[in-house]
Design a protein around this ligand. Structure first.
Ligand SMILES: Cc1ncc(COP(=O)(O)OP(=O)(O)O)c(N)n1
Ligand SMILES: Cc1ncsc1CCOP(=O)(O)O
Length: 454
C-alpha cells in the first residue's frame, strides 16, 4: 500500500485558553510528530495554569458535524478524544466515530490539573458505556482508572488489574494506566494491557518538570503514531519518549502547573543543527586567518563553543565544541576533530555559567595569554576583567570542574555584567589564559581577531 505523505489525526477535545492542554496541546503534538492535525471542538474553557473560570459546551450536533465535514474532504487516519464534558457530546462523538471507524485514543479527561471538573458527574456512565468500548487505546491516570473501574489503585498490581478489567470487561482494545501517581519512584512507569499481555513503559521521572497538558499530549502522540500506521506497542513507546521530553523542557509560564512543551521534540534537534553550523562557520574564519591565530593558541589547545538556547541548555552535552580542540600546526592551526555536543568541558562550563547571568551570551573561545592582547582589548573599549587565580578558594580548587564557574562568577561580580574578555596570568600548573565571550561563535572569532591583529 502506498504510504500517505500527510497522515491525518483528529483531536475531539476542549480548548484551553491558556494554551497548555486541550486541542492546543494536541495540535502542537500533531505538528511536532509530523501529521496534519484537524479538530472537532467540544467545549471552550476560560482557563489558565491554575484555574478554570468558565466552560461553554458546543451543541453535540456541531461536534459531530465537525468530524464528518473533515472526514468527507480531508480524511481521518486516527483520532483522540479529550474533554467531552457532557453525556450528549459523548453520545454524538461515539456514534460518529463508530460510523466512520478510525482508530481512536480515548483520554478520559475528568478533572483539570488545577482541580476543576471537566466532565459533568452525569456523564461518567456515558463515558464508560459509549467511549470505552470504541477505544483502540484508553489512557486513564490513577484517579480516572479508579472512577472507570470502581477499583482502588494503590500499587502496580492494582494498576494491572484495572487495565485488564478495562479491556476484558469494558471492551477497550488496549488500556494504559499511567503510573504518574502510583508507587512514586525514580521512574515513571505506565502499565498497558493489550491482546492478553501486560506491557510496561518506563522513563526517568522528571521531578521539577511541567505537567499541565500531560495527558492530552501523551494521548495525542499515540494517535499520531496510529495515524502513521504504527502498531499500538510502538505507538506508546514513542509517545512515552515524547511526553518525557515535553515535561522536562516545559514552558515555564503562569503561576500554577506550567504547560508541557510538545515543540521541544523538534525544537531541540533543530537548535542543535543551527549551533553546529554556527561553530563550523566561525571555524572557517579561523582557518582563513590561521597564521594570525597560530601564535595565540595555548599549549593545552583552544576551543570554540556555542550552547543551545538557554531555555534548554543544562549540561556540557548541550554545548557544541571541537573534539580534540584547535591546536597549533606548523605556522597555522589544525581543527583536530569534528564539532560535537559534549566535546568541550572548560569552555562549555564557562558559557553555561555566563548564560545564568546573561542568556544572550552563548559562545566563547580561549586564547593564549599575551599582555599585548589585553592592552588592545582595553583600547578597543571591551569590558576586560583580570582574575587572580591565586585567590581561588581551597574548596573551589579541590572540586573538579568548579574553577571555571568560579572564574566566571568572580568576573561578573567585578563588573556586574558578563565581560567580553576574562583573563588570568596563570598559577602553579595552570596556563595563563584569555577567554573571549560573545553571542555567537562568529562574533567571538571576530572579537578575537580584532585583538590579535596588530
Ligand atoms: C480543555 C482541557 N482539556 C483537558 C485538560 C486536562 O489537562 P490537565 O489539566 O493538564 O490534565 P492532564 O492533561 O494531565 O490530564 C484541560 N485542563 N483542559
Ligand atoms: C580553557 C582551558 N583550560 C584548560 S584546557 C582549556 C582549553 C579548552 O578546553 P575544553 O576543550 O575543555 O573546552
Amino acid at each position: 500500500m502506498k504510504k500517505k505523505l500527510y497522515p491525518i489525526a483528529i483531536t475531539i477535545a476542549g480548548s484551553d485558553s491558556g494554551g497548555g492542554a486541550g486541542i492546543e496541546a494536541d495540535l502542537k503534538t500533531f505538528a511536532a510528530l509530523g501529521v496534519h492535525g484537524v479538530v472537532a471542538l467540544t467545549s471552550v474553557t476560560a482557563q489558565n495554569t491554575y484555574q478554570v473560570t468558565g466552560i461553554h459546551d458546543l451543541p453535540p450536533e456541531m461536534v459531530a458535524r465537525q468530524i464528518i465535514t473533515v472526514w468527507e474532504d480531508i480524511g481521518i487516519d486516527a483520532g483522540k478524544t479529550g474533554m467531552l464534558s457532557n453525556s450528549e457530546i459523548i453520545r454524538a462523538v461515539a456514534e460518529t466515530v463508530s460510523k466512520l471507524g478510525f482508530p481512536l485514543v480515548v483520554d478520559p479527561v475528568m478533572i483539570a490539573k488545577s482541580g476543576a471538573p471537566l466532565l459533568r458527574p452525569e456523564a461518567m456512565n456515558a463515558l464508560i458505556k459509549y467511549m470505552v468500548p470504541i477505544a483502540t487505546v484508553i489512557t486513564p491516570n490513577k484517579h480516572e482508572a479508579e472512577k472507570i473501574t470502581g477499583m482502588k489503585i494503590n500499587n502496580f498490581e492494582d494498576a494491572r488489574k484495572a487495565a485488564k478489567y478495562i479491556v476484558e470487561e469494558l471492551g477497550a482494545t488496549a488500556a494504559i494506566v499511567k503510573g504518574g501517581h502510583i508507587e512514586v519512584g525514580e521512574e515513571s512507569i505506565d502499565i498497558m494491557y493489550y491482546n492478553g499481555k501486560f506491557y510496561e513503559f518506563r522513563a526517568p521521572r522528571i521531578v521539577d518538570g511541567c505537567t499541565h497538558g500531560t495527558g492530552c499530549s501523551f494521548s495525542a502522540a499515540i494517535a499520531v503514531e496510529l495515524a502513521k500506521g504504527r502498531d499500538i506497542v510502538k505507538a506508546v513507546k514513542t509517545a512515552k519518549k515524547f511526553i518525557t521530553m515535553a515535561i522536562k523542557y516545559g514552558v515555564k509560564v503562569g503561576r500554577g502547573a506550567c504547560p508541557v512543551n510538545p515543540m521541544a521534540w523538534i525544537e531541540i534537534p533543530a537548535m542543535k543543527y543551527h549551533v553546529i553550523e554556527s561553530v563550523k562557520e566561525a571555524l572557517k574564519i579561523i582557518i582563513e586567518n590561521q597564521k594570525l591565530f597560530n601564535k595565540y593558541i595555548p599549549e593545552t589547545g583552544s576551543n570554540l563553543v556555542m550552547a543551545i538556547d538557554p531555555r534548554y541548555a543544562e549540561t556540557i552535552n548541550d554545548v557544541a565544541g571541537v573534539k580534540g580542540r584547535i591546536v597549533r600546526y606548523g605556522d597555522g592551526v589544525k581543527i583536530v576533530g569534528p564539532v560535537e555536543f559534549g566535546a568541550s568541558s572548560h569552555m562549555a562550563r564557562l558559557v553555561l555559567t555566563a548564560m545564568k547571568y546573561d542568556p544572550s551570551i552563548r559562545s566563547a573561545m580561549n586564547l593564549k595569554y599575551d599582555e599585548k592582547l589585553v592592552e588592545r582589548a582595553e583600547k578597543k573599549g571591551y569590558i576586560v576583567v583580570y582574575i587572580d587565580r591565586r585567590n581561588e578558594p581551597e574548596e573551589v580548587r579541590l572540586v573538579e570542574g568548579r574553577s571555571i564557574p568560579w572564574i566566571m562568577e568572580t568576573a561578573f561580580k567585578k563588573v556586574k555584567r558578563v565581560p567580553d574578555i576574562i583573563y588570568d596570568t596563570g598559577d602553579v600548573g595552570k596556563e595563563a589564559m584569555i577567554r573571549v565571550l560573545g553571542k555567537t561563535p562568529v562574533e567571538v572569532v571576530y572579537k578575537a581577531l580584532s585583538i590579535i591583529r596588530e
